[in-house]
Design a protein around this ligand. Structure first.
Ligand SMILES: [Zn+2]
Ligand SMILES: [Zn+2]
Length: 733
């Protein structure tokens, strides 16, 4: 047999697959197997993407793989990885790297099989000795021996873990074995991630509301194949915040497991949605595996293997979990489907929501995308099920939009009064300002100089606690200037307010209530984010202030006030999704308030109080917003009424990026396809940039992607544009 192998190499120019002849001892090799192959002078890791009995390569030039690895990936995932590569203008190697076992692809020699270790467990005599050490015949048991026996009462432990936990050495454990109290066996070492999240409320609301029941039966019917076409298996669950979407997910997953099938649950970001992940683990126990990049290497590999072997049948994780190696897939849930984190930033720039649709269709599985603020794309294309009421029949909070024109500080008098009320009644409030740091930028009062990043055409943000000004795009940071390098003036003005400064204002205002800050500076890393959320959750009263992190799916039942500062700042970005984003952010934050008995209230501060996105968010009117947004998009031919491909050309010195972008624009010449640009973008990380947007009819999307790929390949091979680099983003966000 001939194996068609795609080598895992970052080289873009390499066009596989390549044929290898399989020797007799590799008879088990099939699509999805991983091989170590000779490739020129090198040894590479490769994935089998096809099998054949013949090859176009002459027999005398065919070589054999060096080794077949123990683990591989399901054939279904090989197809999915190659599809992602094609769909998102990437390479087969990069597409396949998404579906490989964790740790693979980083080197052919790396072990990716299960790890084995020695485990100790108690015998019957050992169990008796643990409860009554004096019952053991022979010499009296020492302190370490007794500790080791005690530690094993709960179940077997790895010998290494046992010695760590009790201080007993290997010799002590061996002595217990010799005395017949303990058996030592070789077993598989497993690491399980710790899912203990903030305030995961254990209560199971298994009595469903009518709306929940209807949503559930709609999904289950599609899982059972009631739909005729794959499109009909996709359900958009539009449920207001607090309508009990998670319970619908849980029961849909339970129904999926009852049918002997597996499920994937995608969450936006584990660190920000620990409650959701924890609730799945509480409900389904060991049937759940969690996959995400913050896990240790061993944990990730072990969780992956549990899924691959069918020991776990529910995978919970962020976007990359869409590639979980489950078999017999019955359901994919996408929680908070509006969240931008479903789109991967680096190559391949895939969108997990689109990949999920593809995978569900491939497997004949149902897709359930839930949110309080649906994307226009999903609203237009998916079957809608609506849950318009909160589970406890509590009213949605009242939202006031207040104008900020002429204000000198960051807080409106109405906001100040509302926060004073929260303080006096000892309640909780969440304040959102989507800008971190102390102030947005610094300028010289004498000559007007503005402090900018030397690498990017953006202003540097002042961080007071760190005593530095830094660039939020490239990470450049420098000391705070004490005088202007241009004119020598020592008078430097600070403009605007970020979360760091707002925190200080709130500390003064809310005193003695505690103030918690949640942003990338205050809470770097997963543990720190959880810690802030946990402390706010457990405090009897207080104020949580932060960036958009505070608007994500945390369920704090006792928040009575939500505030959005500068809510329309995001509307001023030149982006067709600006309205959608602003609506979602404000509506999501509004949903955090008023889930308890005391009800809730929301204040939205904005320059333009009449902005469409804000009006609809204030009225909790997603449908009205989406209707307007869809007609606007139809008129301007934006998604979902067109497909976009974005090409960014960059270069160290000005010139090549612009000429390359123009050359690509000239080559993408298809009927019905329009090209916007080239347009210059601001300099980023020391690179000049130019951008093209290719707009194609939805059913011409694949044709347009291929045309862009060919144009980029041709232009990058042309010496006239030497020095330019390219990035292609299909369905840019
Ligand atoms: Zn100056
Ligand atoms: Zn920068």
């Amino acid at each position: 047999m001939i194996a068609q192998v795609e080598p895992l190499t970052p080289a873009r120019a390499l066009r596989g697959p390549f044929d290898y002849r399989l020797p007799g001892e590799m008879a088990g090799v099939d699509v999805g197997s991983m091989l170590v192959i000779p490739f020129g002078q090198r040894r590479l890791l490769g994935v089998v993407v096809g099998m054949s009995e013949t090859s176009d390569v002459p027999a005398e030039r065919l070589v054999e793989p060096l080794k077949a690895l123990e683990s591989g990936v399901p054939a279904e995932l090989v197809r999915l990885g190659l599809w992602v590569a094609e769909e998102y203008c990437s390479t087969p190697a990069r597409g396949l790297s998404l579906v490989l076992p964790p740790g693979a692809g980083t080197g052919a020699s790396r072990s990716i099989g299960p790890r084995r270790a020695l485990f100790a467990s108690l015998t019957a005599a050992g169990r008796a000795a643990a409860s009554d050490p004096s019952s053991v015949p022979g010499p009296r048991l020492g302190g370490r021996q007794r500790a080791a026996l005690g530690a094993l009462v709960g179940g077997s432990l790895s010998v290494a873990g046992l010695t760590r936990a009790t201080g007993a050495g290997h010799a002590t454990v061996r002595a217990l074995e010799t005395r017949g109290l303990v058996v030592i066996e070789r077993g598989e070492l497993r690491s399980r991630p710790d899912l203990s999240g903030v305030g995961a409320r254990a209560g199971s609301d298994s009595v469903l509301t009518d709306y929940q029941r209807e949503a559930l039966s709609s999904v289950v019917a599609r899982m059972d194949g009631a739909a005729d076409s794959p499109g009909d298996r996709r359900v958009l669950l539009h449920g207001v915040t607090g309508s009990g979407k998670t319970e619908v997910y849980l029961q849909a997953v339970a129904a999926c497991l009852e049918r002997g099938r597996s499920a994937i649950v995608l969450v936006p970001e584990i660190a920000l949605t620990p409650q959701t992940a924890a609730r799945f683990e509480q409900r389904f126990g060991d049937a759940v595996a969690v996959l995400h990049s913050k896990l240790g290497a061993a944990e990730r590999r072990d969780e992956w293997l549990r899924l691959r072997r069918g020991e776990a049948r529910v995978c919970v994780g962020p976007r990359s979990a869409v590639f979980a190696p489950v078999s017999n897939l019955g359901l994919i849930v996408i929680d908070e489907e509006h969240d931008a984190s479903y789109k991967q930033e680096g190559d391949p720039r895939y969108d997990a929501r689109t990949v999920a649709e593809r995978r569900a269709a491939q497997a004949g599985a149902a897709l359930l995308a839930g949110t309080a603020t649906p994307r226009p794309e999903s609203w237009a294309r998916l079957v809608r099920v609506s849950m318009p009421e909160r589970v406890d029949s509590r009213a949605m909070p009242r939202v006031e939009v207040v104008g900020t024109a002429g204000m000198t500080g960051p807080l409106h008098p109405r906001t100040i009064a509302a926060l004073e009320g929260v303080r006096d009644r000892r309640e909780k409030a969440i304040v959102l300002l989507n800008r971190r740091g102390w102030s947005n930028f610094l300028s010289c009062r004498s000559c007007g100089r503005v402090w900018e990043c030397p690498q990017c055409d953006v202003t540097l943000v002042f961080h007071r606690a760190a005593g530095r000004v830094s660039c939020h795009h490239c990470g450049h940071s420098e000391g705070v200037p004490d005088s202007c390098p241009d004119c020598g003036s020592v008078s430097v003005a600070r403009h605007g307010a970020g979360t760091e400064r707002l925190e200080q204002d709130l500390v003064a205002l809310a005193d003695p209530l505690p103030v918690f800050r949640l942003d990338a500076d205050a809470a770097a890393g997963r543990g720190a984010i959880l810690d802030v959320l946990r402390r706010f959750d457990q405090a009897p009263s207080g104020v949580l202030v932060g960036t958009q992190m505070v608007a994500k799916g945390h369920d704090f039942p006792d928040v009575t006030l939500g505030v959005v500062i500068d809510a329309d700042s995001t509307l001023r970005f030149p982006d067709f999704r600006a309205e959608e984003r602003t609506f979602a952010l404000v509506a999501q934050l509004a949903g955090r308030s008023g889930r308890g008995e005391r009800g809730g209230r929301v204040i939205v501060q904005a320059l333009d109080t009449d902005a469409r996105a804000l009006r609809h968010a204030a009225g909790h009117d997603a449908e009205g917003f989406l209707a307007g947004e869809l007609s606007r998009r139809q008129l301007l031919r934006y998604p979902p009424y067109a497909s976009l491909v974005r090409v960014v050309c960059s270069a160290r010195e000005p010139g090549p990026e612009a000429s390359a972008a123009a050359a690509i624009a000239a080559r993408v010449d298809l009927p019905g396809v329009s090209v916007l640009g080239p347009a210059p973008l601001f300099r980023l990380k020391g690179r000049e940039r130019a951008q093209l947007i290719v707009k194609a009819p939805v059913d011409e999307r694949a044709v347009a992607v291929r045309a862009v790929r060919r144009a980029v390949e041709a232009v990058s091979a042309d010496k006239a544009h030497r020095g330019a680099s390219y990035s292609v983003d299909v369905d840019p966000q």
